[in-house]
Write a protein that binds this ligand. Structure first.
Ligand code: ZN
Ligand code: ZN
Ligand code: FE
Length: 741
């Protein structure tokens, strides 16, 4: 007999780790104990030496599904005479980390029981277990137990109680465990809010199959659902006043997704993972399903709650599922609010009486280089921490349009879920409420605050007011520096590197608008070493929607005629502004360059949403085209600046088809970035480059640029834990704050 002491680091609390260990130990017949520690768990086991090694291997290779094990270390211990195996309390005085699990998609075991006529939870829409079910969205406070969740209203029946206390049961300590006898119930209401008698899910299914639009209460909020038929989808767009943004689909299973999209093994794994995000998949027919998405990709997710499994059943292959909210307001999560706000939009309401404590939208990812490439980090990911080294408790307030925040303390940093645009009053209110909620859950009292340099962001106003009130330091962080730092933190980089930040807009250190930048530096500070020739935006913000204004500016700056836009409303005024420079703030934003090119190509002259120009350009491009246009890199006060005038002239005068020209335009930007970064790497001696900013949501660029940079001897880093768009910058702000206080 030998004894070992095993230390497990990572996220092992609240994920069924100790019962898992208990069962495994029983299988091997060891004696000893397990306890939680501040950063994981500790075990002492007595048994045969060879079996102990097998146990450790098993622990490393097959941990419980929700555990994130960072390391397993062991050493020999003094054999003791334990009577059996037990779970013992943590060492007194140890400061325990409370981590909260994200919501977890339905597991295979629960799915089987859900569909098993002999099971007592057959067709019960709230079935869950230790390995799956609602978590983050039902928790009011910590410690995490039933009384501090939405399940407090539902006392357990004796059967559920017995499972809960039986360590051999797969519902041991599953706080939201319930059954038809004791748990929440679903109900179905008509458009007027009258409950219709009958089985709620079946009533909803009948309405969906009859071509109706149904509000469905999910984990973190309501969805509007309908069959993916063009007429219905257009009706949904009309009612929701969502003209052009793509809609995501919920597909019954991966095979069903394969009938519409190409699905790689890695993408299938992402779809089926417990996080159940929306995965952007390439359509089989790039130009097809235009009523769902105007680009070559379709957002697809699989059913992630038992309710969804029942809703799709065996005969509905897929449903359009879009967050139920009205333009830019937070996702609706409350029954009464749904009835009020969605009257006239939904024909029926599939609701239930389990309250949603925290709003949380579906996450959106791509799979890039075999890893997650987050575009919206939300349900299923939040509030898992991101490991970054901090010495203090800090708050970073993010940007404004794709708002987020980040709260951190030594050991763990918690990026928030997707929040939307803070310019909407309800979104701002929810954002502030979530900051307090996170601070309470994770016991963080910030000692300093970071915000964007932009004086008008509402997140900046919040940070200023709070820092003043609490008498704590405030650091204003330049937008693109924060993007760069976010990508560095995402990859665990320290020291200095180059940051290629291609973005829509961000407040520059000189007060102008930046967004096509190369920065050199690290968390401590940066130098702007590369940029893009600024574009005059006639009418300022009016050019974000009226992208033809950018097209006209590009043409005029390049010495070309702007007559192709003469039928646009306000054309003469725009030309006057461009000629005199009045009301023409300058922007070096790469996103604007995409908008302008989109307008010049005549694809679209007005954007229905921010970033649409880039989306349409990407969708139009022929991926086989390798040609490109000229460009120049010139030194402008020590900043290596991309001059796009030659590019614009060639683009405007090229007689080739639009798909070829769109590709040539983007090929040019790839070559320009390659040459710019290679030059700056030589000049600065920095050979690592991080890519961040919203433009890197563009897969045409992402499929080409990193390889080209690597061929020039650069080491290239891209995002995999937070988004490259503005949602990710709170993490970067936090790192910069940590380095500068
Ligand atoms: Zn389960
Ligand atoms: Zn029960
Ligand atoms: Fe940005």
């Amino acid at each position: 007999m030998t004894a070992v002491r095993i230390e497990v680091k990572g996220i092992v609390q609240g994920v069924g780790f100790r019962p898992f260990v208990h069962r495994l130990v029983e299988k091997f017949g060891f004696t000893g104990w397990v306890r939680n520690t501040s950063d994981g768990a500790e075990l002492e086991l007595c048994g045969a030496g060879r079996a102990l090694l097998l146990f450790i291997e098993e622990l490393k290779n097959n941990p419980p599904p929700l555990a994130l094990i960072e390391s397993v270390e062991y050493r020999e211990a003094e054999p003791a005479d334990y009577a059996g195996f037990e779970i013992i309390p943590s060492e007194a005085g140890e400061r325990m980390e409370t981590l909260v699990s994200p919501d977890v998609g339905i597991c295979a075991d629960c799915r089987r029981e859900l569909l098993d006529p002999a099971d007592r939870r057959c067709r019960y829409p709230f079935i869950n277990c230790t390995n799956c079910g609602p978590r983050f969205t039902i928790i009011k406070s910590v410690p995490y137990d039933r009384a501090s969740t939405s399940m407090a209203d539902f006392p357990m029946c004796p059967d559920c109680e017995r499972e809960f206390h039986d360590i051999r049961d797969r519902r041991y300590h599953a706080q939201p465990d319930c059954c038809p006898a004791c748990g929440p119930r679903c109900f179905y209401l008509d458009a007027a809010g009258r409950e219709i008698p009958g089985e709620a899910v079946e009533l909803a299914r009948a309405d969906l199959k009859a071509g109706k639009i149904v509000c469905v209460k999910g984990l973190g909020g309501m969805h509007l659902a309908c069959l993916p038929e063009p007429g219905l989808v257009n009706e949904l767009r009309r009612r929701k006043r969502r003209d052009e943004k793509p809609f995501a689909l919920m597909c019954r299973d991966t095979d069903c997704a394969r009938s519409l999209c190409r699905v790689s093994d890695a993408e299938a794994a992402a779809l089926e993972s417990f996080r159940k995000p929306i995965v952007l998949l390439e359509k089989l027919d790039a130009k097809g399903l235009g009523h769902l998405s105007e680009n070559a990709y379709l957002g697809v997710m699989l059913p992630y709650t038992p309710l969804h499994v029942l809703l799709l059943g065996e005969d509905i292959d897929c449903l359009v599922m879009t967050s139920a909210n009205l333009s830019e307001t937070p996702i609706i999560s409350d029954n009464a609010e749904a009835m009020r706000e969605l009257s006239g939009i939904a024909d029926g309401f599939l609701l239930h009486n389990r309250e949603i404590q925290t709003k949380c939208d579906d996450s959106i990812i791509r799979v890039y280089a075999g890893r997650d490439y987050p575009l919206r980090r939300s349900r299923g990911y939040v509030p898992y921490p991101v490991a970054v080294p901090l010495r203090r408790m800090l708050l970073a307030c993010g940007a404004e349009q794709k708002a987020s925040f980040c709260l951190g303390k030594p050991g763990h940093t918690f990026p928030s879920q997707h929040m939307g645009d803070l310019k909407n009053a309800e979104t701002l209110e929810n954002w502030e409420k979530q900051i307090d909620h996170f601070a309470g859950l994770f016991d963080i009292a910030p000692e300093a605050i970071a915000c964007d340099l932009h004086p008008d962001y509402l997140s900046t106003a919040y940070a200023e007011e709070r820092a003043e009130r609490e008498g704590i330091p405030l650091l204003r962080v330049q937008h693109h520096h924060a993007h760069m730092a976010a990508c560095m933190a995402d990859n665990g980089l320290t020291g200095d590197c180059l940051g290629l930040v291609w973005d829509g807009t961000g407040y520059g250190a000189d007060g102008s608008t930046w967004g096509g930048e190369v920065l050199a530096g690290g968390y401590k500070g940066f130098r702007r070493v590369g940029s893009t020739r600024p574009i005059p935006l006639a009418g300022g913000d009016a050019a974000i929607e009226g992208i033809w204004r950018v097209g006209a500016a590009l043409l005029r700056e390049s010495g070309l005629n702007t007559a192709r836009f003469e039928n646009e409303a306000g054309y003469d005024a725009v030309l006057r502004m461009l000629a005199t420079g009045t009301n023409c703030p300058l922007s070096s934003g790469m996103g604007r360059l995409f908008d302008g090119a989109c307008a010049i190509l005549g694809i679209k002259t007005r954007a229905g949403y921010e970033g649409q120009g880039a989306v349409l350009l990407e969708a139009a491009a022929d991926t086989r085209e390798t040609g490109e246009y000229p460009f120049a890199l010139c030194d402008s006060d020590g900043v290596l600046t991309l001059d796009w005038r030659g590019t614009v002239r060639a683009l405007a005068e090229d007689a080739a088809a639009v798909d070829i020209r769109a590709a040539r335009f983007m090929n040019t930007l790839v070559s320009a970035a390659e040459r710019q970064l290679a030059g700056l790497a030589d000049a600065t001696g920095l050979r690592r480059a991080v890519l961040s900013g919203g433009v890197f949501q563009n897969m045409y660029i992402m499929d080409r640029l990193p390889g080209r940079l690597r061929s020039r001897g650069l080491e290239v880093f891209t995002h995999s834990r937070v988004s490259c768009n503005d949602e990710g910058i709170s993490l970067g702000q936090l790192m910069i704050l940590e380095a500068n206080i």
